[in-house]
Design a protein around this ligand. Structure first.
Ligand SMILES: Cc1cc2nc3c(=O)[nH]c(=O)nc-3n(C[C@H](O)[C@H](O)[C@H](O)COP(=O)(O)O)c2cc1C
Length: 326
């Protein structure tokens, strides 16, 4: 009998497959379907800082505000509306599911929104995943300020709640190891590597800027593997892999590299949510064939310090090909 139990953020998961924050995790019926198809945990669709602000702005534009203080009222009302719906989703999910329910906050800066974390905890979420990103393109925006913003957001949220927090981050930092360690010191119990950015493209027919493909491909997995293996050695906090896990093979590899769990989204849209059953079955079959009985024997087995070939994790230039194929 294979034991696929794993621990992430202090939570016990029956298996390492987490459904990433996406459209499949924004209603209870779909969440129940995900649980039936072997999700080990779910991350709810994010409550966006932008989303709250947009709703406030549209209410203000559409209203004729005759009363001093009316703007504040509308702002309060709209904010409660979005937040209340989200809190209801958490409560409903907790009432119907047995697997851990992780709420998700999506933001680019600190401020008002951090107070919502407290209500999320009260609604019953088992943890919060905080998706933080600021696109630094301003010449006046100094690197230290940008990276410190992340640590400050984590610290603010952590000060408000006692449930665990994971930081979901992108891969573009001066030194991801130092940066993530700073996040852990600021209170992050786990880190999700990596957030996949919403893509952009140009349509040559219409000469307009358009959205790129919403879904990842398994080709995007290599950076996740590299950084998971390198960081699994160095950090105290838990690692969760995200981006490019499409089949059991990527799942198996990322566990070997040191992730305690992994998230899936695109593969469920492309192949259907039943794909999770195949991912779990594939992991169990591989473990049986390789004579493992417990997932804990697997996790980190091929992390950076555990492998003889660990320089392959470090090598990024193509020197070897010059001798092989020149
Ligand atoms: C349709 C869709 C909606 C998403 N919505 C969110 C979201 O609300 N919050 C978030 O943090 N990530 C969101 N994501 C990103 C996913 O959580 C995930 O990080 C990304 O898709 C990479 O994982 P994958 O390769 O398994 O798809 C969304 C992705 C998709 C495809």
């Amino acid at each position: 009998m294979i034991n696929t139990t794993t621990k992430y953020l202090g939570l016990t998961l029956k298996n390492p497959i987490i459904v990433a924050s996406c459209g499949l995790t924004n209603n209870v019926e779909s969440l129940m379907e995900l649980e039936r198809n072997n999700a080990g945990a779910v991350v709810l669709k994010s409550l966006f800082e932008e989303q709250i602000k947009m709703q406030i702005d549209s209410a203000l534009k559409g209203s004729i505000n005759h009363y001093p203080g009316g703007e504040d009222y509308l702002r309060y009302y709209e904010e409660r509306h979005v937040v209340d719906n989200y809190l209801k989703l958490i409560r409903d999910a907790k009432a119907k599911l047995t697997i851990p329910v992780i709420a998700s906050l999506n933001c680019a800066a600190g401020g008002e929104w951090t107070k919502f974390a407290k209500e999320i905890e009260k609604a019953g979420a088992d943890a919060i995943e905080v998706n933080i990103f600021r696109l630094p393109f301003d010449l006046q925006d100094n690197k230290a300020v940008n990276e410190d913003t992340y640590a400050n957001i984590i610290r603010d949220i952590k000060a408000n709640v006692s449930i665990p927090i994971a930081a979901k981050i992108g891969k573009f930092f001066t030194n991801p190891a130092i940066f993530i360690q700073k996040l852990a010191f600021s209170g992050a119990d786990g880190v999700v590597l990596f957030n996949r950015f919403y893509g952009v493209d140009i349509d040559l027919e219409t000469e307009k800027v358009v959205n790129d493909n919403h879904y990842s491909s398994a080709n995007e997995f290599s950076d996740v593997l590299r950084w998971t293996a390198i960081l699994a050695d160095k950090l105290e906090c838990d690692l969760c892999a995200s981006t490019g896990v499409h089949t059991w093979k990527e799942g198996m590899k990322i566990l070997l590299a040191g992730a305690k769990v992994f998230e899936v989204a695109s593969t469920l849209y492309i192949n259907g949510i039943e794909e999770m059953n195949k991912i779990l079955a594939g992991i169990i079959k591989w473990m049986e064939e390789h004579n493992y009985t417990d997932l804990q024997e697997i996790i980190g087995r091929l992390k950076h310090s555990n492998t003889e070939d660990n320089e392959l994790y470090e090598r990024v230039q193509f020197m070897i090909y010059q001798t092989k194929f020149d």
